[in-house]
Design a protein around this ligand. Structure first.
Ligand code: ADP
Ligand code: MG
Length: 455
């Protein structure tokens, strides 16, 4: 216990660092916390607020409890159950016999799926995203009231997902009791399919509808993927109407504006345009540098401006790639325990930055791009999994490797998890056949090809 008290400030700071918690949040929620008492495995932590501040308490317990628990366990080696209490609880109880009843967790709450790293605080604003940022903040401040739906669109790696999570995190920090739900459109689609396929069809459909219609804020990322999926579109349409008519906020992202989603049903397209549409463009040089500087600062590493400049000058159209380049150098410097020179940077980044020669098209590159496009990991790609959401991207990779490179079938097979050449032929042929008639597949494959070979 005394060890814990001694280390307390350090523990709090480690949580701040580890989870990249903003100064303002740290000051508000974590810094005031004090150890009150310990009873067996129960640790009582006091939040000394002025008023009876149950909301803050619920919020702290919801948002920071796990982080604190882990940090405490790391520092003092005990896995405590944490209980957060207010002065009014503490006064009523002697420290030795604390019997605080945790505020009952509100069961109304569902998992929001939000990534706490993506917040407005960590989002760098520049000309290319200023409008989208303002719109997102407005929606975050008054969900369901100002712009509904908010539709954010732009190319890959430009910050759509980051902004979307920022809205969700902001809303939850202001209104911890709101039901905020983030899903990718793949997840949404899979849930629709599951509830249709399920043996107890009607009850699982009811569950699905209850889930999606009980939210206060629904965010669906990369909505372009519902194109061509009829029952998903149908379900989306009804969900949209139900939420919109009861004033619940809907936020969508897409890689293109509604008018370019050609084969989307008209009734859905028109709804996308009801609220506010905000696009994110390519970041200008200043924004690219600002993003790099911010990241370098938050990772507490030293990199000369010359190096940052080299990255900013050469990667222009994708912030994910900018971060990827930086991460590569950070990893190198950690591993080799050496300072990054321009020479090292040029060599390490030659696969990412190739000012003159176009990227070499290899099966590895194709597998990476296809995995990213369908948001599955490379491990899943090469795994034994036959689930459609993985097997299909895998077949698409087979098709692209076969048609875009000279690599032999056997080599492709071994790169794709040790499959034999007949499996590769079968997969590639299947996609080739479908490509002839399936408009949705044509669009996906064309988009992937562009990413593989932008020229
Ligand atoms: P998208 O969803 O548009 O493909 P993401 O939101 O996933 O892009 O962004 C890709 C990466 O770039 C993420 O790590 C994100 O944090 C980062 N990023 C994008 N825009 C910004 C920005 N304006 N400021 C800081 N980081 C950004
Ligand atoms: Mg995204």
């Amino acid at each position: 216990m005394s060890l814990l008290t001694d280390k307390w400030d350090e523990i709090l700071l480690s949580v701040k660092d580890e989870y990249d918690i903003a100064d303002i949040s740290f000051k508000t929620w974590l810094k005031p916390l004090q150890i009150f008492s310990e009873e067996g495995n129960n640790l009582y932590i006091l939040f000394p607020s002025g008023e009876a501040d149950q909301i803050s308490l619920n919020y702290i317990s919801k948002k920071y409890s796990l982080f604190l628990k882990e940090a405490i366990s790391l520092y003092v080696g005990v896995d405590y159950d944490l209980h957060f209490i207010l002065p009014k609880d503490a006064n009523a109880l002697k420290p030795e016999t604390v019997q605080v009843t945790q505020p009952a967790p509100s069961h109304k709450h569902m998992k929001s799926n939000l990534n706490i790293k993506y917040t407005f605080d960590t989002f760098v604003v520049g000309n290319s995203n200023k409008f989208a940022h303002t719109a997102a903040l407005a929606v975050a401040e008054s969900p369901g009231e100002s712009y509904n739906p908010l539709y954010i669109y732009g190319g890959p790696g430009l910050g759509k997902t980051h902004l979307m999570h920022s809205i969700g995190n902001f809303i939850l920090s202001e209104h911890p009791d709101m039901n905020v739900l983030y899903v990718t459109s793949e997840e949404f689609t899979n849930e629709v399919i599951e509830s249709i396929r399920s043996t107890n069809n009607s009850s699982s459909m009811t569950k699905f509808r209850e889930k999606y219609r009980s939210v206060d804020v629904l965010m669906i990322d990369d909505i372009q993927f519902i194109i061509g999926k009829e029952s998903t579109q149908e379900e989306f349409f009804h969900t949209f109407n139900a939420l919109h008519s009861s004033g619940k906020q809907i936020i969508l992202t897409s890689d293109k504006p509604p008018k370019d989603m050609e084969i989307l049903e008209e009734r859905i397209r028109s709804r996308f345009e009801w609220g506010l549409m905000a696009d994110i463009g390519f970041p200008d040089y200043e924004t690219r540098m600002a993003i790099l500087r911010r990241k370098v600062e938050s990772e507490k590493i030293e990199l000369k401006d010359e190096i940052l400049n080299y990255i900013a000058e050469n990667i222009k159209s994708n912030i994910r790639e900018i971060e990827g380049a930086l991460n590569k150098l950070i990893a190198y410097s950690n591993l080799e325990k050496t300072e990054i020179t321009m020479e090292i940077a040029e060599k390490e980044l030659q696969n990412i930055i190739s000012p003159d020669k176009p990227k070499e098209i290899t099966p590895q590159l194709i597998i990476e791009v296809v995995s990213e496009h369908y948001q599955i990991s490379i491990d899943q790609m090469v795994s034994k999994s036959r689930s459609n959401s993985i097997a299909r991207p895998r077949q698409i990779a087979m098709y692209l490797c076969k048609t875009m490179t000279d690599t032999g079938l056997q080599a492709i097979g071994s790169l794709l998890g040790g499959r034999d050449h007949s499996t590769i032929i079968h997969g590639a042929n299947k996609i080739e056949e479908e490509y002839k008639t399936d408009k949705e597949l044509q669009m996906q494959i064309d988009a992937i090809k562009k990413k593989i070979n932008p020229n």
